[in-house]
Structures are given as structure tokens and as C-alpha cells.
Write a protein that binds this ligand. Structure first.
Ligand code: FAD
Length: 360
């Protein structure tokens, strides 16, 4: 699909709004842009739809039922208590693009966004694009985070990040450490503990949500907080999505007594790790479920990336570049904005601002 909105007009690769990325956040922005008539294009480095969902492990399940995992305009199919699989989400996102004729060009990597003659020039793998406004929706999947543990380069065993984990098969019968106390760590440990000797390593004792609390409850709580704050009232912050949702495989692991965790080891040796009590242990592999950082390198030329690796924003609008917006990066760009159901709200607010800004 070529560029959308008012005719192609102007030179080749010239548009009004360029969206960098083609995952759920970019699609939610495109859904609202489509209604404005503004010419827009999504430039996505991936050669297939789905964004981060194209990665992830085979047994990955959403932590919310389908009805609470939908983008604006179109409900994901699935029952009230059905937790969609990764394959269901990929199918839904691919069909969402078709349904709303979203103008995605892929694979197109945006290497750099530069200010240029009252707008932006985007240096991309298919040449230069020009735009009056840019939305960065590049997620974090391409920037897995691994802590710098002493001796990590010495260790001769397998090391992968959860972004590259697909199944327990390669680890069968081995001794593996799963490092990280969030949803990824819990789900990978739950699967791995059936196939090998898996030890869960977490900075602090993991926080499990009650069995009847899943993503929809967290979203409702976050919505109540959002509304209270919007009305100037204070309200208790909800449990965080960083707490572990007890999806079925994690509950089964708990019932098997497999959810115990230990505090971190001190350093690596060539064949294993050294624990705080000095004990050395041989291990065959480590799976880092230690999260991600926002993929923002393409914005470096604009001088807007702060020490913390983020961009100062008001809502989703860059505080130091009024024609740049950031969508889908998690709470710092709008609560629950890194979830399918949460990103719609910030996408709509973003497009309202873009429309007003380009009308000036
Ligand atoms: P992505 O999906 O990462 O898409 C970004 C796109 O931008 C990618 O296609 C990438 O190739 C592209 N890109 C990056 N850099 C460039 C560039 N320079 N040029 C061009 N393109 C670029 N969310 C839920 O709602 N429910 C869940 O149950 C849930 N469970 C999760 C479980 C796990 C284990 C993980 C890791 C995440 C989970 N999430 C869940 C969160 C969700 O998967 C992500 O937050 C979501 O994929 C982010 O969407 P996005 O569009 O912001 O980014």
C-alpha cells in the first residue's frame, strides 16, 4: 500500500506524517490518522507485520483476554476468558492492517531523522523521505537489555535474551539459569522447569498478582487512576504490569512448586557462576529475561534523547521538538501505552495534536 491521505502530491517520498515503526503502536496511530485525511506513511524495518510479536516464544500468551487486547476500532476475536496466543495476535495485526488499508512500507529501516527546511528529512534504507511531522513508534524489542555481570564474556555456556527464546527444546536436560523477575521470566521459567534443571534468579522476591487479576483488571485500575488524576483527585496507583500475571502455565508451575527464586549470583566463571556465599556452580546456559530499552537511535540527530535514554515528552509530544511524537513506549508515553488495549488512547491524543499542529 502506498502512502495514504490526500493524493501522492509533491515529490516522491514526501508526506505529511511519517510514522517510524509498524507494530501495534504504529497501527493505532494510523487508525486515527486515516480519519484526518492527512497524508501519512508507516516505515517499518521488519519484513512482516506484527512488530515485536513476530519475535517471542511459541507458547507466549497474552496476559489479558482478547476483548482487553484490541486496538481501536476492531475487537480481537476470542472468548471472555480466552488468553490469545502469539499466533492469534500476529494474525489479528496482519488483518488489522488490511482492514484499515494502512500504508506500511517494509522492510524500510529509518536510520536517522533530521530537521530540514521546516520539516524533517528521514534517511532510510530506501532513500530519503520528507515529512512535516514524525511519530516514533519503534518499541523496544530491538534493544534487549542484559545487565553487565562480572565475567559474562568469560562464560562458555549458552546465553540468550528472552527476545531470542523460542522453546525449551535446546535446553532439555541441561542446567539453566532464568534471570529476571517479570512476566517473561515467570513464563520462561514455567516452560523450562518442565524440560530441564532451571533456577530462577530475581533481584527481589517476585510479586505475583492474585489468580483472578489479569491485564484487564490492571487496565481498569490504571484507567480509574487516569480518570481520577484527570479530575484532579488522587487515587492509589494500580499494581504494575511488572507484577506477574498468573496465566495458566505460571499457575501450573506454582502448583508444581517450581516458582521458587534465588537472589543473583556474584559473577561468572568459564563454566558457571559464583553465588554470594562463595559457592561455585556449573551451569550450561543463561536466559536473560531482563527487559528492553526504547529503540530511539534514529532520533539521535535531533538531540532530544536524554541521559536516561528516553525523550522528554508532554503526553506523547517531544518537549524539545514540537513536531515529534512518541507512542507505545510504556508509562512514560502514556499509562499502559505498551499494551494493545492501552495504546489506543495515546494514539488518539497524538493524532489530535498532530492535526491541530499541522493546521496552524
Ligand atoms: P513493536 O511491536 O516492537 O514494533 C516496533 C516496530 O518498529 C517493529 O516492527 C520494528 O521492526 C520497527 N522499528 C524499530 N526501529 C525502527 C527503525 N529505526 N526504522 C523502522 N522501523 C523500526 N502487550 C499486551 O498488550 N498484552 C500482553 O499480554 C503482552 N504480553 C507481553 C509479553 C512479553 C514477554 C513481552 C516482551 C511483551 C508483552 N506485551 C504485551 C507488550 C507488547 O508486546 C509490546 O509492548 C508491543 O509489541 C509494543 O508495540 P510497539 O508497536 O510499540 O513496538
Amino acid at each position: 500500500m502506498e502512502e495514504a491521505g490526500r493524493g501522492m502530491g509533491g515529490a516522491e517520498r514526501e508526506t505529511e506524517v511519517a510514522v517510524v515503526g509498524g507494530g501495534q503502536a504504529a497501527l493505532a496511530v494510523a487508525y486515527y490518522l486515516r480519519r484526518t485525511g492527512l497524508r501519512h506513511v508507516l516505515l517499518d524495518a521488519q519484513d512482516r507485520s506484527g512488530g515485536a510479536w513476530a519475535g517471542g516464544w511459541d507458547s507466549l500468551r497474552l496476559f489479558s483476554p482478547a476483548r482487553f487486547s484490541s486496538l481501536p476500532g476492531w475487537m480481537m476475536a476470542g472468548g471472555e476468558d480466552e488468553y490469545p496466543s502469539r499466533a492469534d495476535v500476529l494474525e489479528y495485526l496482519a488483518r488489522y492492517e488490511e482492514r484499515y488499508e494502512i500504508p506500511v512500507r517494509r522492510p524500510v529501516t529509518v536510520h536517522a531523522v533530521r530537521r530540514d527546511r521546516g520539516g524533517f528529512a528521514l534517511d532510510t534504507s530506501e532513500g530519503e523521505w520528507r515529512a512535516r511531522a514524525v511519530v516514533s513508534a519503534t518499541g523496544s524489542w530491538r534493544r534487549p537489555f542484559v545487565p553487565d555481570v562480572p565475567g559474562r564474556d568469560l562464560f562458555r555456556g549458552m546465553q540468550i535474551h528472552s527476545a531470542d527464546y523460542r522453546s525449551a527444546a535446546p535446553f532439555a536436560g541441561k542446567r539453566v539459569l532464568v534471570v529476571g523477575g517479570g512476566n517473561s521470566g515467570a513464563q520462561v521459567l514455567a516452560e523450562l522447569s518442565r524440560a530441564c534443571e532451571a533456577t530462577w534468579v530475581t533481584l527481589h522476591p517476585p510479586r505475583f498478582l492474585p489468580d483472578d487479576v489479569d491485564g484487564r483488571v490492571l487496565f481498569d485500575q490504571a484507567t480509574a487512576l487516569y480518570r481520577a488524576r484527570a479530575a484532579g483527585r488522587d487515587a492509589a496507583p494500580p499494581a504494575s504490569l511488572g507484577d506477574i500475571v498468573m496465566v495458566a502455565p505460571v499457575r501450573a508451575a506454582r502448583d508444581r512448586g517450581a516458582l521458587a527464586s534465588v537472589r543473583p549470583f556474584e559473577r561468572f566463571t568459564a563454566d558457571g557462576v559464583v553465588w554470594p556465599d562463595g559457592r561455585e556452580e556449573r551451569v550450561d546456559g543463561v536466559i536473560w529475561c531482563t527487559g528492553f530499552r526504547a529503540a530511539l537511535e534514529h532520533l539521535r540527530p535531533l538531540g532530544v534523547i536524554g541521559e536516561n535514554g528516553r525523550v522528554a515528552v508532554r503526553g506523547t509530544r517531544a518537549a524539545d521538538e514540537p513536531r515529534l511524537w512518541l507512542v507505545g513506549y510504556g508509562d512514560w508515553t502514556g499509562f499502559a501505552s505498551a499494551t494493545l488495549i492501552g495504546v489506543g488512547r495515546s494514539a488518539r491524543a497524538t493524532v489530535d495534536e498532530i492535526k491541530a499542529a499541522l493546521a496552524e
